[in-house]
Design a protein around this ligand. Structure first.
Ligand code: GLA
Length: 694
């Protein structure tokens, strides 16, 4: 039974230091929020008082509670055990620590799966996924939606007026393990989604090109999810399935969101994203949230981890329209889910955290507060390690808390960029469908080639949808846009016509929104803009390279191109197309559009983008050594310069102002220790002098 909390808790007034009630949107906590996932249910209650004392000492201001608590909160259908959570909430409130309360629905309890076996997900090849891990639910399951929404409502009713509650954390990492389900219930939901999209079967048959391989549909019931089939499945069916699966998970989010919003309309609501996560279209999702939040973990196999981190942060800021966002999870040191889980070097925790802040985060949180003793994540680091507080990790956690307090005034400021990379989930889904000219054309590899080069040049970027307003940008990069709508193609064309600079890579503009090829020569949608006509693709064998006339090399792709207005900048010197144009440049309207037909080597790509940035008049931040990350956040006349030194040498950067972490006055030369970080509130007159790339 749900009943109001009987706990004695201080009123919101007594929390005035940390908690700002009522604004529907973030910020819910003053300054830069600091904390992590707190799972006190995994520990004896005697540990809790110690936890909150440590939290208070480290400057923790917000924790996420209850993410995986469903089984303990609802031991049997409709029966709730809130007592332990009441005590946790009260304890946190008493220590001025705000709570981002989870709706606790990410992992249905065993009793639920036993009673509702049809709610368990089915894979493409017909395997049922059983309980015993987490996220074992079909996104279209009515029983799951009903039960999860009921739990969310009960939690909201219970804690609506609790002084610790400042925001809602709906579910957890939607799609992380189960992003699609191929069961019959999902099949029916897919049909409803298709009916909504196409209106009638005639349009669907047309859009899916079902004249091919005898796939014409006469009845809606004939349509299935793209289950395991004898050969390559219908590409448009697969593409629509991706769209549907993202939308279907979003419906799960919306039903819980609406349930808690009804009861606590003043509280912000989020769900944690996973950066460049393929299954879920975060541009669409972000519109449904009050504030976006992100989880980011370094991949040991990615040697440019700080660049991958930066891209995730920039992407999440961008899907949230550039507003402040929450770093909901990252790790204090190693994770547990990679083949080799690398511990963070001394100082890396701080650099990683402050890179996120530099790129717009107004909250820094970890998974998780205390490293677990049991369960599959017991070797995942926590803010409090197994070894306790006499540790590198704990000392760095406490130091970071002090740093974030010193950066409080940065909260609310924004990253302002004049360079954008076009990002589109449908284009990602479509370009990686099977039966394409080359399996080596992968979305993230192309994105990273462009993003990494710009990171090294010190150019901070936004990510934009292809149909976004681009007028604020001097330079727009299109690393991969195989699928593009007519409207988005016109948008990019108009941008250049009006004076914009644009770089487009091969295999872009190829198909329309239904994955139908644009006829008359590639790259169909961008032929006029780029001033070229491509008659045939010549992808390269695995690992093969070609030489270009400028001495650079290319991989993966070449194509037979005829200029139709564009100037040829470089040709192929060897490979399948010696003498054919490889790189072109087209003056179009008031602007310039570059086209690159192969995957160029890193140094050439960087040199090329450097020249393009110069030509477009892009503002770089400050000339810094390789491996030194420099980013600005601004608020009105105030400007904050973040310098993160990822190298093992001291770095010097021109800057004048007040260094917030040490309180030092900086006149002209900022020295940042090897592996160190500095944040300077810049003197206004000094900013103009340091802008511009050298
Ligand atoms: C994800 C989840 C967390 C935890 C971490 C471990 O981000 O949201 O619950 O499993 O991974 O890295």
């Amino acid at each position: 039974m749900v009943h109001p909390t009987t706990a004695v808790a201080p009123g919101r007034d007594s929390l005035a230091g940390a908690i700002q009630p009522t604004a529907r949107r973030w910020p819910a906590v003053q300054g830069i929020a600091y904390g992590g996932d707190y799972n006190p249910e995994q520990w004896p209650e005697a540990t809790w008082a110690h936890d909150v004392a440590l939290m208070a000492g480290a400057g923790v201001s917000m924790v996420t509670v209850g993410v995986f608590s469903w089984a303990l909160l609802e031991p049997s259908p409709g029966t709730y055990e809130f007592g332990w959570l009441d005590r946790v909430m009260d304890l946190l409130a008493a220590h001025d620590i705000a709570v981002d309360l989870a709706t606790a629905t990410a992992s249905p309890p065993p009793w639920f799966s036993r009673r509702q076996p049809e709610s368990l997900p089915i894979t493409r090849d017909g395997q049922r996924l059983w309980p015993g891990a987490r996220q074992a639910f079909c996104p279209s399951s009515a029983a799951y939606r009903t039960a999860s929404t009921a739990l969310a409502s009960s939690l909201a009713t219970r804690y609506a007026n609790h002084p610790a509650l400042v925001m809602w954390h709906v579910n957890n990492e939607y799609g992380c393990h189960t992003c699609e389900c191929f069961c019959d219930v999902s099949a029916a939901a897919f049909r409803r989604w298709l009916l909504d999209r196409y209106g009638d079967l005639g349009r669907l048959n047309e859009a899916w090109g079902t004249a091919f391989w005898s796939q014409h549909y006469y009845e809606w019931e004939e349509i299935l999810p793209p289950r395991l089939a004898p050969a390559h499945g219908n590409p448009t069916q697969n593409l629509d399935w991706r769209r549907f699966s993202s939308d279907e998970l979003l419906e799960c989010f919306k039903s819980e969101r609406d349930a808690v919003r009804k009861i606590t309309p003043e509280l912000p609501i989020t769900t944690n994203f996973m950066g460049a996560f393929k299954p879920v279209d975060y541009f669409a999702w972000a519109r449904e949230e009050d504030v976006v939040s992100n989880d980011h973990y370094l991949l040991g196999a990615d040697r440019a981890g700080e660049v991958q981190l930066a891209m995730s942060a920039d992407l999440v800021r961008s899907v949230g329209d550039g507003g402040p966002w929450i770093l909901m999870e990252h790790s204090a040191s190693a994770v547990n889910w990679q083949q080799r889980n690398l511990a963070k070097a001394p100082g890396q925790l701080r650099r990683n955290s402050l890179s996120h802040v530099a790129r717009g985060a107004d909250a820094v949180c970890f998974f998780q507060w205390r490293a677990s003793r049991s369960g599959s994540e017991k070797f995942h680091s926590g803010m409090v390690p197994h070894a306790g507080t006499d540790t590198k990790v704990w000392r760095e956690v406490a130091e970071l808390g002090a740093n974030l307090r010193a950066l409080a005034e940065v909260a609310g400021s924004r990253v302002v960029c004049d360079t954008a990379i076009v990002w589109d989930w449908a284009a990602w889904w479509a370009v990686e469908l099977d039966s394409h000219p080359s399996a080596d054309v992968t979305y993230l590899a192309l994105m990273r080639a462009t993003y990494d080069a710009l990171w090294e040049l010190g150019v901070t970027v936004d990510f934009v949808r292809p149909d976004a307003d681009l007028s604020a940008y001097r330079l727009v990069l299109v690393p991969s846009l195989y699928l593009v709508s007519d409207e988005a193609a016109a948008n990019l064309t108009n941008y250049v016509e009006a004076g914009g600079h644009l770089v487009c890579n091969f295999f872009s503009g190829i198909v329309d929104v239904n994955d139908a090829v644009r006829l008359g020569g590639y790259p169909g949608a961008f032929r006029q803009l780029l001033g070229v006509r491509v008659e045939e693709f010549f992808p390269l064998p695995e690992g093969a390279t070609v030489t270009l006339s400028d001495g650079s090399t290319g991989q993966v792709w070449t194509e037979l191109l005829h200029p139709e207005g564009a100037d040829v900048v470089a040709t192929y010197a060897d490979g399948p197309l010696p003498g054919a144009p490889a790189v072109t440049r087209h003056h179009y309207g008031q602007g310039v559009a570059h086209y690159v037909t192969t995957f160029r080597d890193v140094a050439t790509n960087r040199r090329f983008l450097r020249a393009v940035c110069d030509e477009a008049g892009v503002d770089g931040p400050i000339i810094a050594a390789a491996g030194v990350e420099v980013v600005r956040r601004r608020a009105g006349a105030a400007s904050y310069l973040f310098v993160i030194n990822h190298t093992e040498q001291e770095a010097e950067v021109p800057a004048s102002g007040h260094e917030l972490l040490t309180g030092a006055r900086i006149d002209r030369d900022l020295v940042v220790a090897a592996g160190g970080v500095a944040v300077v509130r810049e003197d206004v007159h000094a900013i103009a002098a340091t802008l511009g790339r050298g």
